[in-house]
Design a binder for this molecule. Structure first.
Ligand code: GLN
Length: 285
């Protein structure tokens, strides 16, 4: 069968997906191990029966709602191709804001010590280590399976991250950091969002939190303080409607300098807070 015929059939099959042509092209390029532009250049290309079979299977799974990232086993984050599996959340573009803010927060520090809580595929920790080779990165996750993926991703991009398995701050023992970042689960248990956009395929423990989606944020805020150096910063991704609740929790636990940052969609997405008002890293208790 001609490439162009197969592609237009796939676009029809994916009619219910948000971006049928894009998904069909990405998956075909993946099966043929070619760039997407190649598909445009060779519409007459004859695919082997094996290639048609594996493409047809991918399109069937995509039509049922499985995310393209899991079908390919890969997602780009911070321009880095990362392995993703159903054990890891698919890194979102809005989480790049967390990376940007973290880089800004430690720009004047030499060898900043940074912890990434709930690291998943390692996306945030790896992007930070990639940008700041002098940084000391610890990546924590409760899922050993996720950490296997994160370790492979770090190796792939030749960065060193100290991955540790455990619950939020627990594996940090008695260590203190200039910066603690986290993209924890923050979606409410009964949110209709959980049934859409491929979310049912993602690890629910990376997405969903009790107490109106605030349980993990609350635990991190309560425990991170004793792992921050004086003037250290906590950077938290949260839901667009959780900024006020997060700020209240931060105030309750003695944080200062609380600032809210919006993502590219203009939604409140990351809150930063310090412990002690001196700049991060100035004076270490
Ligand atoms: N922002 C993601 C979403 O809405 C959720 C990520 C998370 O829970 N940390 O799909």
């Amino acid at each position: 069968m001609h490439l162009s015929e197969l592609l237009s059939q796939a676009v029809t099959t994916l009619a219910q997906c948000p971006s049928p042509r894009l998904d069909a092209e990405i998956l075909l390029a993946w099966v043929l191990d070619r760039p997407r532009s190649w598909l445009r250049a060779y519409p007459e290309y004859q695919l082997s029966a094996a290639a048609v079979a594996s493409y047809t299977d991918l399109i069937r799974r995509r039509a049922q709602g499985e995310p393209v990232a899991y079908l390919r086993g890969e997602q780009e984050f911070w321009s880095l191709a990362l392995q993703v599996t159903p054990d890891t959340l698919i890194p979102r573009p809005e989480t790049e804001l967390l990376v940007e803010l973290a880089l800004l927060a430690c720009r004047d520090l030499k060898a900043p010590r940074i912890a990434d809580l709930g690291t998943g595929s390692g996306a945030v920790a790896i992007a930070l280590q990639y940008q700041r080779r002098d940084a000391l990165l610890v990546g924590v996750d409760i899922s050993a399976a996720a950490l296997t993926v994160a370790t492979a991703n770090a190796r792939r991009h030749q960065v060193t991250v100290d991955f540790r398995c455990g619950h939020w701050c627990e594996p940090l023992a008695a260590e203190a950091f200039h910066l603690i970042v986290a993209n924890p689960p923050y979606i409410e248990t009964d949110s209709p969002w959980l049934t859409q956009n491929g979310l049912p395929y993602e690890p629910q423990m990376a997405l969903v939190a009790a107490e109106n989606g605030l349980a993990a944020l609350r635990q991190i805020i309560a425990t991170a303080a004793k792992h921050l150096l004086h003037g250290g910063q906590l950077l938290l991704e949260h839901g667009h409607n959780q900024a006020v609740a997060v700020a209240a929790l931060l105030i309750e636990h003695g944080y200062q300098g609380i600032t809210l940052h919006h993502d590219l969609a203009g939604l409140p997405r990351v809150t930063a807070a310090t412990l002690g008002l001196r700049g991060v890293g100035e004076g270490v208790d």
